[in-house]
Design a protein around this ligand. Structure first.
Ligand SMILES: *[C@@H]1O[C@H](CO)[C@@H](O)[C@H](O)[C@H]1NC(C)=O
Ligand SMILES: *[C@@H]1O[C@H](CO)[C@@H](O)[C@H](O)[C@H]1NC(C)=O
Ligand SMILES: *[C@@H]1O[C@H](CO)[C@@H](O)[C@H](O)[C@H]1NC(C)=O
Ligand SMILES: *[C@@H]1O[C@H](CO)[C@@H](O)[C@H](O)[C@H]1NC(C)=O
Ligand SMILES: [Fe+2]
Length: 468
């Protein structure tokens, strides 16, 4: 019928117009930087970064992380290769003669036919805030000394600078990423590590010697400043064909975190306060549906965050909720459906993830209007929703991901597959500055950046102004 024809034709025209408009107002920037497509190899085991410290049973793989909820504690971990040795740490404040002692524990594990060395963990507590401490591990002529600086007292206007590193691995590119982080004039004081550490599972039988080499590689940073750990898929190490059925076994034996102090029942999800930030670490690879331990913990955790005390609410989880790269596309979708509503409700400032080996930053968007009948399932601009940043570009042996969803979705503000790291620099309770640094640039060069206005303070201002 003629009238119908006209109708169909004009609907078609209209659809083209709308599609055309969508195309021209698609997302932000897809960087056109041209990279080589070569996959980076792991550094050989005889590389300088993997060198074993001299001396019989000398402590190696030294690493620290926050050891309590407020930042007055530190967990010091290290490995002795030949025999258990001592689990004692000697530590003292820079301006003090008084040497204190703390004794930790030693654990080992087996992984198929691999036997771990002796893994020591010692928590030291009740330190002074904002103080440099020296510490010593090992005995006899195999003592090694390091230092760290505790964070300032928790409070709303306390500046603090976090580094962001993800999917690091142990390639030549991994080494460049770490060097760039160390040399960045912004001077990160603690790293939020977004998961996927050693990539030992890329080797036959998940050769756990690569867990050891990785820890020797990163010691030059993590022995001196805490890395806040989250687990990625390369930490699962699930290998039932060889009898290895306990997920996260190497990771949880090697990397202790202060999960009990935030009421968590698992090291895979927990929270800490550090300076003016409240950091919630989640596990993309543990049950997170309703009534699961992780869900119950998060539901009791979010209301506890006092934004007058810690205005910056940061979530770290390995798998991104928003990513517009083809590889891993929508892998975070079930978690998004489950948790995005709470991140919006509790005004999470930023969600940092890895997994996708590239960089991407979204605008402030949310996609929480959908119910099973209304069809409202498209991300929309939402000034009071989190920014999602994918920083899975540490440089592991799987290489970068180049293929992007085209056209760039509107939620995506900037995306580029280059190796690098991030800096989240909290200035005060209202402002923070994020910058992404590529390995191919000079240490101070910012590939992408964004000023953050704190969402809690912003929304209280907004409600003030609308009440007039
Ligand atoms: C473990 O088993 C693999 C495969 O059978 C073998 O190549 C390797 O040498 C063994 N390692 C040890 C420490 O026995
Ligand atoms: C790793 O980087 C450090 C610091 O830049 C350098 O001294 C070292 O030689 C590098 N090692 C390898 C194997 O690339
Ligand atoms: C929240 O933190 C502020 C500032 O530290 C404090 O004055 C207030 O009592 C805290 N509120 C609650 C409910 O603990
Ligand atoms: C907070 O930091 C921002 C950025 O440095 C600055 O513009 C602003 O004035 C600061 N706010 C206060 C209250 O100092
Ligand atoms: Fe991953």
């Amino acid at each position: 019928m003629g009238t119908n024809r006209v109708g169909v034709g004009s609907v078609y025209l209209l659809a083209c117009l709308i599609l055309g408009a969508l195309r021209s107002c698609n997302g932000g920037i897809s960087s056109s930087y041209a990279r080589s497509n070569s996959i980076s190899a792991d550094m050989p085991l005889n590389s300088d970064v993997f060198a074993v410290p001299p001396g019989y049973n000398s402590p190696q793989q030294v690493h620290i992380t926050q050891g309590d909820h407020e930042g007055k504690g530190v967990i010091i971990s290290w490995v002795t290769p030949d025999e258990p040795g001592s689990s004692e740490v000697i530590y003292w404040a820079e301006n003090s003669e008084l040497k204190k002692h703390a004794v930790g524990t030693v654990v080992t594990y087996k992984y198929y036919n691999y036997s771990s060395p002796y893994i020591h963990h010692c928590t030291i507590k009740n330190l002074e805030y904002d103080t440099k401490y020296f510490y010593e591990v090992g005995i006899g002529n195999a003592k090694r000394q390091f230092w760290f600086i505790t964070p300032p007292e928790v409070g709303p206007d306390v500046p603090y600078t976090f580094g962001l590193i993800g999917d690091l691995g142990q390639t030549f590119d991994s080494n460049r990423t770490l060097t760039h982080y160390e040399s960045n004039p912004a001077k990160g004081k603690a790293v939020l590590f977004v998961g996927d550490l050693s990539y030992a599972d890329a080797y036959p039988l998940h050769d756990n010697n690569r867990w050891d080499s990785w820890a020797r590689f990163v010691e030059r940073s993590v022995a001196y400043q805490p890395w806040i750990w989250s687990a990625g898929n390369h930490e699962i190490d699930f290998l039932p064909e060889y009898g290895e059925t306990e997920p996260f076994k190497p990771y949880t034996h090697r990397y202790y975190v202060p999960y009990k102090s935030s009421g968590s029942t698992s090291p895979l999800w927990y929270s800490i306060k550090r300076a003016s930030a409240y950091i919630i670490v989640m596990s993309s690879y543990s049950a997170y549906g309703m009534y699961t331990p992780q869900y119950k913990w998060l539901m009791s955790e979010l209301p506890k965050v006092n934004r007058s005390e810690t205005p910056w609410l940061i979530v770290v989880m390995h798998c991104p909720l928003y990513s517009s790269y083809v590889h891993h596309y929508m892998e975070g979708e079930t978690m998004r459906v489950m948790y995005e509503q709470y991140f919006v409700q509790y005004k999470v400032d930023v969600v940092f993830s890895g997994h996708v080996h590239a960089y991407e930053r979204t605008g402030r968007v949310s996609n929480i209007a959908y119910n099973i009948e209304n069809g409202l399932c498209t991300p929309r601009n939402d000034g009071l929703a989190p920014v999602y940043i994918t920083i899975g570009d540490g440089g592991n042996q799987e290489g970068l991901l180049y293929e992007m969803v085209d056209p760039q979705p509107r939620y995506s503000a900037y995306r580029e597959p280059s190796y690098g790291h991030g800096i989240f620099d909290i200035k005060n309770k209202t402002h923070a500055y994020f910058a992404w640094h590529r390995n191919q640039d000079g240490y101070a060069v910012e590939g992408d950046s964004l000023w953050f206005e704190n969402l809690y303070w912003k929304s209280s201002q907004d409600s003030l102004s609308t009440s007039f």
